[in-house]
Each structure stands twice: as C-alpha cells, then as structure tokens.
Design a protein around this ligand. Sequence first.
Ligand SMILES: Nc1nc2c(c(=O)[nH]1)N[C@H]1C(S)=C(S)[C@@H](COP(=O)(O)OP(=O)(O)OC[C@H]3O[C@@H](n4cnc5c(=O)[nH]c(N)nc54)[C@H](O)[C@@H]3O)O[C@H]1N2
Ligand SMILES: Nc1nc2c(c(=O)[nH]1)N[C@H]1C(S)=C(S)[C@@H](COP(=O)(O)OP(=O)(O)OC[C@H]3O[C@@H](n4cnc5c(=O)[nH]c(N)nc54)[C@H](O)[C@@H]3O)O[C@H]1N2
Ligand SMILES: [Mo]
Length: 828
Amino acid sequence: MASLAPSFGRGAMTNSFTDMKNAKVLLIGGNNTAENHPMAMRWVLKAQKNGAKIIVVDPRFNRTAKVADIYAQIRPGTDIAYLGAIVKYIIENKLYDQEYVKYYTTALYKVNPEFSFHEGLFSGFDEAKKTYNKDTWTYQLGPDGKPIVADSFDDPDTVLMKLKEHFKDYTFEKASQVTGIPAEKIKLIADTLVENRPGTILYALGMTQKTTGVQGIRMYAILQLLLGNMGMAGGGINANRGEPNVQGSTDMACLPHILPGYMPAPTDKHATLNDYAMAFGTTRTKQTIALLKAWYGDKATSENEFGYHYLPKRDSKEASQGHISIFENMNKGKFKLGLIFAQNPAVSTPNLELVWKGLSKLEMLVVSEVFETETAAFWQHPGANPKEIKTEVILLPAAMSFEKAGTMTNSARWIQGKPAAVRPPGEAKPDADIISMILLKLKELYKNSTDEKDRAILDLTWDYHVEGKEEIDLEKVLKEINGYDLTTGKLLNSAAQIQKAEPGTVSSGLGGLYTGVITEEGNHTLRHDNSDPSGLGLYPNWTFAWPGNIRILYNRGSADINGKPRDKDRALVWWDGTKWTGPDILDVAAKDKAPNTPEGSKVFPIADAKGALFRTVYAQPQAEKVSVELKEGYDPNIFKVAPILKEAGIADGPLPAHYEPKESPVENAFYPKQKNNPILREFRVPEIQKLGEAKDYPYVLTTYMLTEQFLSGGVTRNTPQLAELMPSNFVEMSKNLAKKIGVQSGDKVTISTARGKVTIPAMVTDRIQTLTINGKQVEVVGVPWGWGFKGLVSGDSINLVTNSVTDPNTGTPEYKACLCNVTKGDNE
Ligand SMILES: Nc1nc2c(c(=O)[nH]1)N[C@H]1C(S)=C(S)[C@@H](COP(=O)(O)OP(=O)(O)OC[C@H]3O[C@@H](n4cnc5c(=O)[nH]c(N)nc54)[C@H](O)[C@@H]3O)O[C@H]1N2
Ligand SMILES: Nc1nc2c(c(=O)[nH]1)N[C@H]1C(S)=C(S)[C@@H](COP(=O)(O)OP(=O)(O)OC[C@H]3O[C@@H](n4cnc5c(=O)[nH]c(N)nc54)[C@H](O)[C@@H]3O)O[C@H]1N2
Ligand SMILES: [Mo]
C-alpha cells in the first residue's frame, strides 16, 4: 500500500533548485532563468562551472542566453517540432537508455490496434463537438486486465514503435523550416543531450502559455524517459514556477478542476461517493474522504457519505472551466459578486476588454489588495465612462507577505515556514484573517437556516483561532493540512496511513499530500539544518518536501533493476540486500521489497507504475480482497469494484503533435489540413474575443517578464526604487523590422491586433533576429506585459491586444504567440 500513497506530482519540479548543479547538461527551453529566477540561476551556473553545457532555446537572446553554450532562436509556439525531431533521431539511432526504457517505461506495452493518427487527427475525433472520444487510446489488455507486454521493441504494436511512426516526418530539416532554428543546430542540441547524461530541463511560461502547452511538456517527459534521466540527481524536469507561493496555491487547489491535494473535483456525473470511486479509483477516494473528515469532522459519517454531498459538483459540459471562462461568464451576466484576492486581472488577463466589460456587469466587486490596482480601479480604465459603471467596489487592505507568518511552498515542493518580519500597517490584515471573518459572518447569517444547502457552511469545522482572538493560528491550519489519526487524536506521519486506515478514521486537509510536514515531533517547516551529507544538494533536514520529504521524485529510477545506483557519483537510493537505503527517501516503490519484485520495482505513481511514453486511458485492476473493513451503513461495494487508480488521459491526444499557434503567419507544415490544435474551445463572447489573419497582422507578438518589475506591477510599480529602475514598457524588434517601418529606439509605435491597439516606445535590438520560416521572412516582436494605468509608473497594457484562446487541458491562455501589426507613431 505504501507504494500508492504518494500518487501526486503535478506542476512541480521533479527535482529541485539545489539539484541543478548535478546536471551535465541543462536544456532551458521556455524559461528566462537569469531574469525571472536569479536565485535558481546560481545553481545553473554551478553546474556550468562543473563542466555542464547550457542550451537555451528562446525567441529572444535574453539574459539567460548570454551564458549559454548553445543558443537557438525559435519561432514562438513551435517547440514540439524541434523536440519531435530529437525524439525521432534518438529512437531511429537507438540512442535511448535501453535498460531504463525497457524496465521503467511503457515502451514494450502493446497499443490498441484501433488507435490511429492521420493528417493531424487522432482516432476518436468528434468534429461537431470538437472533442476526442478516447476509447482507442488504450493498451491491448490480457485476461488479468493488465497491458500485454511485447517480447521486443521491434513489435510494430509497441508504444516505442508507435512513437517512432508518429514522429517519422519530423526530420531536422523540416523542424528547421517550422522553428527557424538551423537543422545542424537542432542536431547539435540532440547530440549534446545524448552525450551528457544525466541532464535536466528547465521550463516555465515559454512552453505553457500556448494552445499546445501540455503537449509541449509531454515532449520533455518523453525525451527525459528515453534518455533515462527521470529520477536521477541532475536529471528530471524542473518547472521554474512563478509567484512566491504559486506551488502552495496549486497544492491548495486554487484551480477549478481539483480538490486540495490534487484529487479530482467531482462533476454532475459523480452524484454519489460511489460514482466518484468508480470514476477515479480507490486511492483517490480515500484521500477525498480524509479531506472531508478535515472539513466536516464529526459531521462527516459513513452514513452520509462523509459529507460528499456538500461538495459542489462541476458542470461536466463545461469541462475546461478556468480563468478565461470566469470572465466570459461574467460578460454573460452569470455572476453578481466578484471576490478577488491578490490578483490583478485588469492587467494580467489576455484581451483586457473581456475583464473591463465583465467586471462592469457585477453588482459588487470585493478586492483584497496591498495597493489600489487597475483591478480595484477598473472603472477608471482608459476609455471608460465611470458614470455608466454601476458596480460597487470594496477594497480590503491586505497585509503583504513580509507582514504575515505562514508557509510558502517553492517549486521544489519544499514547504518553508516563516514568521512575520514586520506588523501590517494601519487596518491591513493577513488574507487568512479576512477570509475567516467573512466565513464566521456567513455562519452567523445562516444560523437559523433550515435550508439543506446551507449545511455545507454550518457544518464546517472552524477552530483555527488564536485563543480569544480574530487572528488565525496558522500552525493549527498546518496541522489540519497534515492530518490526524482520529482514533488517537495524534498527527499522522505519512500518507500511507490514509490508505491503510478504515475510511473515516483519518483526516487530512490535503488528502495526504503534505502529511509528515508537522508531526508529534514538531513543525518541520521550521527546520533550518543546512547540512548536506551526500553533497548532492538534497538538504534532507531543511524544512520539509512533499511527498514524504522525498527530494527527488521517481528516484527508484536512479537504481537499476537489481537496485544498484545507475550513476555511482549521483546515488540517491539503493537496495543493500535486505532494505532500500541511501541519502534520499525511496519514492513510489515499497521500502521493504526487493528491487526485482513488483512492489520493489515501481518507479512512477501512475496506474501501471511505468513512465508513460504514450498517455493512455487505463484503469489498474482492483486487488481481489479489500484491505479495509467498512463500517455498517456504508455501501460495502465501493472499494471492491473500483480500480485502485485510474488514468483519464490527456484531452488532445496520447502523443504530442505540432500545431501552429491559433494566430500564426504560416500553415502547418506537418499537417496541412490541420493548422491548429483541433480541440480548441470556442469563444463564448465572440464580439470581444476576435481573431486576426496574417494579411492584416503579419508579425508574431510575444510577451514576457522583467527582473525589475514583478508581474502586473501591483507592488513593484508602486515601489519608487523599482519604478526608477524600469520606468517604462517597450517593444523589442529586429533592426530589419525597425528599418522597414522607419523607427528608431525610443520612437512610439502602435501595436495592433484584431482585439485593439496599444502605443509603446520601440527598442531596436540585435536580440531578436528576422527568422526564415519555410523560405518566408517572419518578424517577432516582444513586449513585457506588466504595465497598466495605475502606479507610480504606468503604460499601456499589452494584454489589451493578446489572445484569450487557451490550451484545452489547462485553460492557460496563448499569451506568448499571436499576430500583430506594428506601425510608427501613435495611431490611437
Ligand atoms: N523579477 C521577476 N521574477 C519573476 C516574475 C516577474 O514578473 N519578475 N514572474 C514570476 C512568475 S509568476 C512566473 S510564472 C515566472 C515566469 O518565468 P519565465 O517563464 O522565465 O517568464 P517569461 O519571461 O514570461 O518567459 C520565459 C521565456 O520564454 C520565452 N518564450 C516565449 N515563447 C516561447 C516559445 O514558444 N518557446 C520557447 N522555447 N521560449 C519561448 C520568452 O522569450 C522568455 O524569455 O517568473 C517568476 N519570477
Ligand atoms: N501577456 C501576458 N500576460 C500574463 C503573463 C505573460 O507572460 N504574458 N503571465 C501570466 C502569469 S504567469 C501570471 S502568474 C499572472 C499573474 O497575474 P496576477 O496574479 O493578476 O498578477 P500579480 O501582479 O501577481 O497580482 C497580484 C496582486 O496581489 C497584490 N498582493 C501582493 N501581496 C498580497 C497579499 O499578501 N495579499 C493580497 N490580498 N494581495 C497581495 C499585488 O499588489 C498584486 O496587485 O499573469 C499572467 N499574465
Ligand atoms: Mo506565473
């Protein structure tokens, strides 16, 4: 059972910042580490000092590119093309890690013969609904319900051969025509990755803010699995994530499709807990029951499905709910009240008109903020007539991060506690206290209600206060997140306890994700022992990393099938003949099981425990006997028939494929009949969400961040020293384009798209060069996005003109590639 517990691992680094120094090569593709993660850059430079090669793939020669050994300028949104060429080269020349691929990936599994990919479409495409039926995205299963494993890679049904077939047209030359990177440079990148193992990949928004964002990261996963780099010190895939506590906020489920701890949020298809278990499996259901026990305490019983009916059920027809849908629905008048905590969407959201018009349809907008931002003052936006906007706006003064205690989880999954440095000024309060005050008021207002739906609020346990005060005691919250053994009242030590216990006898506010972070031994987020016995940058006693203080995920992969380290200089875990040992804590595999047993050989926490080169829909068959006794009154079938884990697959295909950004100056050279991702969501407010074409808007616009300003500038454009360092936005363009439109650095230019126009000073530079794409000259222009009409320094927001089309899996907008025109002067 222990092996099933840490079945997480979304949107975080597999390794860590401090592990980057162990890499022999770093592919930095879609992240400007030097500028946006200067502290991480320290570990990148340590690796380089140790002899590692740095490869930067970016549309701009940025501050990270300056130190690169290999720099490749790429057309925005085309990474899958050059990565596909590298995968083809590795498979065709058998340059992959034979043992790793054989034992730790799904390479030998046989794929359903009904699966196909033809002219840019996977089997199961529904033209009318713009969705895929995933029934053929499966393995051939044996009588035991498990995938059939082929004897050799050469069997044409194997995943590896499907992969080879899928990328057969991705030659270096073709990839060069699509990306603009010279073919020999793509080959050089491939050889550098192959010859220097382990290697790591760093990415962030340059990959994710695309209509093919998820599939781009899938390419990285496929590449790292083939090279045998997953689970290795100096390997893995590292997302250099964003906001200081963005990892924590995703872990806490500030996202529509998950519950806190990454369990799926139920939809109207999952009316009962039994439906939920059937859809998502036993493991996830036990985690969700532990979450419900944390929220509803004694009110969550086996008789009432542990309060499952309190959970809101999402509309299954609105599967891709996300940031953009909120503003679309606001425009359609579906909301009366908006609560915005620590966000400035009136600068940060693409196609800003959607935000301005949407907010003006609300009856009331409550903003919790440090400064009066463009969002709090949206009724003053350029072109607005405040008299016509009826929305009542309430601004709540919030304390900043330095002014409050709590934890922040970094991209490496380290949960780090901190005290407040200074007291908040005036009436400002920490957001937790503000939220608690609102919740207590709600409980008071509903006090006498007999309406069943209000019980979801009334039955919530809410005992986090500092004795006798309004203030929230964040350690009490951390304890609830960690979870308790409810039979003893003691804090849980490990997520495995949730899987072993009878449902309803354990609680955990994150379904086990952070379990172990605070135990009867103490609060591990405050551990500051920076010793590193292995010298590998693991720092095992520095705070606490989820899951289970494991520092490098999937580290079973660092040992071979016999349990011996694959790289002696980077040994993380090994089998000493009787048990697993080593400087890191073993991930996924069972700690007391020999390396050649099924439990001791598990590497990945997905249904079949192997690295998925092909993302199938797959349900792991249920063991014959249920390991827990269930109380009377509860449907005893639930864990007997549900699979242990279920994999739902990815919305837009089991394999990545190159599609052009939604707005692109060229056709799709790989699949002429299928220019864009075929399952892009339709716009709901087409009168605002307009699309343009290359004949009117010939250039590619990309957007990015700066060291001196942070995001929307809510804080930094209100900080005099930073405002002085970076007082204005600008548009970077090539010398060729500048000459063509007759501008010099500092001249005002107008950038227009189908959505609108902005006027910004030009910066003419060698950092962006004219690209040759399939024989055609293509110009890219780049604009930092964090500007608006408030603050000590202000300027037009580029998001006025960006495109609100999104990735179909995540709902992340295509901020980094759209079509524009650039003309001299102020053409407003
Ligand atoms: N000082 C400072 N630090 C920050 C932030 C800040 O605003 N200021 N923001 C924080 C946040 S929230 C985040 S999410 C992170 C963001 O960190 P990054 O991801 O580094 O942010 P960006 O600058 O938006 O984009 C990274 C790079 O991707 C490139 N790029 C654009 N399109 C493509 C493409 O198609 N392919 C490839 N390979 N590259 C492409 C851009 O030119 C850019 O250099 O930084 C965080 N750190
Ligand atoms: N064109 C374009 N647009 C982008 C991006 C891009 O690359 N290109 N990047 C996107 C990315 S990665 C991100 S993360 C988003 C960010 O988008 P937002 O989250 O909307 O932008 P922030 O500036 O981070 O907004 C945070 C606000 O919270 C306030 N604040 C700071 N601390 C606290 C606090 O403790 N409590 C409260 N209540 N308020 C606080 C700040 O003053 C600030 O106004 O923008 C996205 N937008
Ligand atoms: Mo971000």
